[in-house]
Write a protein that binds this ligand. Sequence first.
Ligand SMILES: Cc1cc2nc3c(=O)[nH]c(=O)nc-3n(C[C@H](O)[C@H](O)[C@H](O)COP(=O)(O)O)c2cc1C
Length: 326
Amino acid sequence: MRMWNIKNLKIQSRVVLAPMAGITSLAYREFMKPFGVGVSVTEMVSDYGLVYGNEHTFDYIKTSDIDNPVGVQLFGHEADVIIKAMQIIIDSGAKFDFFDINLGCPVHKVTNGGSGSAMLKDTEKLREFMSKIVKFSPKPVTAKIRLGWDDKHLNFKENIKALEEAGVAMIAIHARSAKQMYAGEPNFEILRNLRDEMKVPLVISGNIFTLDDAIRALEITHADGVMVARGGVGNPNLIKQIDTYYKTGERIKEPSIEENAQNLIKFMDMLIEEKGEYRAMKNLRGIAPKFFSNYPGSKQLKNEIAQTINTRDDLLTILKNHNLIN
Ligand SMILES: Cc1cc2nc3c(=O)[nH]c(=O)nc-3n(C[C@H](O)[C@H](O)[C@H](O)COP(=O)(O)O)c2cc1C
């Protein structure tokens, strides 16, 4: 396998577990890790949230020995506030390997204040912002960007150069503009051979739902790693497929629906352990049906799960009624 690294950190798989707010809590990352995740990133954390000590903000930066290496993702738009937040994380004693700066979030609440993908609009400001952050940080700093703000401003080449000059250790690019949000085809063609022009490792993101999606994105861009985001939710085997393919050339098959029901139960129990049953089951209403998306004829099962689960027993009963578990 082609080896790659984030500064001194050797990454053992081509698969990067994408950060997803509301999904990639520690329990999710620990559940996904054994399928072949090389490196993961926490959900995005607000620098202000940390500086003003919001109670739940600290939940986002929980890490463990199972899920490593891991990056803590921050968003903000003032270097001095981000730096304060970094210091708070360091002082908390949290175990993590690098900071990742979110320069891609397209959500209005975030961009309106100048954070996330709004940072992509002004390359010089971005360079200055990231230079200060890198200069301060005792750990490597990585960046997650998009192609640009909208299709008239696809300035990723200038932004990548500025980020490299600022000293970032890796760049992940979601191959959509901020305006595209999460819809429409990612544009990998515009990133053809991009890695060959870059000094630091490149990770590619956008609609990675199958092994062939990953192969195509990596082939076109020559990226070092590929981010599994929505495609891995309910389909942890996708990570195993990509990791195995790049280690052995083998294409492993899809799990049976019964096997994936067992995956779901395992994830449910980890999530309950993390959040308590009430919050875990609320979170699972959106996630659990996705464990059955790849199996034809599961519409009713998915609806039942999405609409009726309040407790662990509710989910087990539904799975039993559909003969998926004993
Ligand atoms: C629900 C959701 C939450 C996300 N949260 C974050 C986040 O906190 N930080 C970030 O950098 N990207 C975030 N993303 C973007 C993903 O990391 C990824 O780049 C994007 O979904 C494209 O990949 P996909 O098309 O394979 O899902 C989020 C995406 C989704 C769908």
